[in-house]
Write a protein of this length. Structure first.
Length: 285
């Protein structure tokens, strides 16, 4: 099938883009970034936007930069930009490890980090990263600029706090301290498929004990999130098999696992237990 007819707008600046969005949002005007989710949906006529605001020619959105505290990722930064560390330290290494698990290489050369956050698939790896690391989303509109914390941003399956006339211009990830350890694990039946469950963990060691634990789980619930019960099971403990298993069990018990055509809630809960344990076992820097 071919998409329904639409008008494509090609702004050159963010100001121009949000002006057009404000005019066309009411007619289901949408931002077009990498097109790796939107175009297939349009081809199946599951979406019939009358207007597309193509942001690919906006040079200022291709920026990726660190000020030593925060990594800023512009809306045109592709998944493939992260194949090699974009910043020194654990964050660059973490993003490189995660990027390789997103879809397939050609999709990674087009799809964008911010497009994934805007699309908000529950199993999106970048959404998990944003939730686990407490990212800040920077939304622009003709009304101004709005900063949205990750905990307030994800609103359910493919639902976010963005309004229809807002452009997600940038995502900001805090740089973890250099001694931060991290582990990532996801389960899917075929390489390149969306994860059926995924976990991202980070922590530091102080006098041999875990501090600042973060346990993010994605793909299991409507939105990725940090699991406080699993983090509590880690903090203050020496890392090891017993503690990792206790944290994994806490995560499995805490999630309200989704059911779908592939899995039961019980099976998905088992997957959460497995991916959290494996992420912890492989945690390194
Ligand atoms: C076969 C296949 C396998 C895939 N596997 C995975 C996977 O394993 N993991 C994964 O995470 N993703 C996967 N994807 C999706 C892919 O990562 C997409 O690139 C991503 O979901 C959306 O990014 P995009 O830049 O292509 O956005 P687009 O497709 O251009 O847009 C997606 C949606 O977000 C909106 N949007 C995009 N950018 C912005 C913005 N800056 N501001 C406001 N709204 C915006 C659009 O209007 C649209 O509604 C897969 C895709 C395919 C086709």
């Amino acid at each position: 099938m071919k998409p329904a007819p639409f008008i494509r707008h090609v702004p050159r600046t963010v100001a121009e883009a949000v002006k057009i969005l404000a005019e066309v949002a009411a007619q289901d005007g949408r931002v077009l970034a990498g097109g790796q989710s939107l175009v297939p949906i349009m081809a199946f006529r599951l979406a019939k936007p009358a207007h597309l605001v193509d942001i690919n020619e906006i040079g200022e959105l291709g920026r990726i930069a660190s000020d030593g505290k925060v990594l800023s990722i512009g809306a045109n930064v592709r998944h493939a930009a992260f194949h090699k560390p974009v910043v020194e330290g654990p964050l660059g290494a973490l993003l490189a490890q995660v990027a390789r698990r997103i879809a397939h290489y050609p999709i990674r050369t087009r799809g964008t980090f911010c497009g994934s956050l805007a699309h908000a698939d529950p199993a999106s790896e970048w959404c998990l990263v944003a939730a686990a690391l407490d990212a800040t989303m920077v939304a622009h509109s003709t009304r101004g600029v709005r900063l949205i914390a990750a905990k307030d941003y994800f609103k359910g399956i493919m639902a976010t706090a963005l309004t229809e006339d807002e452009l997600l211009a940038e995502a900001r990830l805090p740089l973890p301290p250099p001694d931060t350890k991290f582990g990532f694990n996801e389960f899917n039946r075929r390489a390149g498929d969306f994860a059926m469950a995924a976990a991202l963990v980070t922590y530091r060691l102080q006098d041999g004990k875990i501090v600042d634990a973060r346990v993010g789980v994605g793909g299991a619930e409507a939105s990725p999130r940090r699991i406080a019960q699993a983090e509590a099971a880690l903090n203050g403990q020496a890392p090891g098999d017993k503690v990792f298993r206790a944290a994994a069990e806490a995560a499995a018990q805490a999630v309200e696992a989704m059911e779908d055509h592939q899995t039961t809630a019980d099976y998905r809960r088992d997957l959460v237990r497995a991916v959290v344990r494996r992420a912890l076992e492989h945690s390194t820097q």
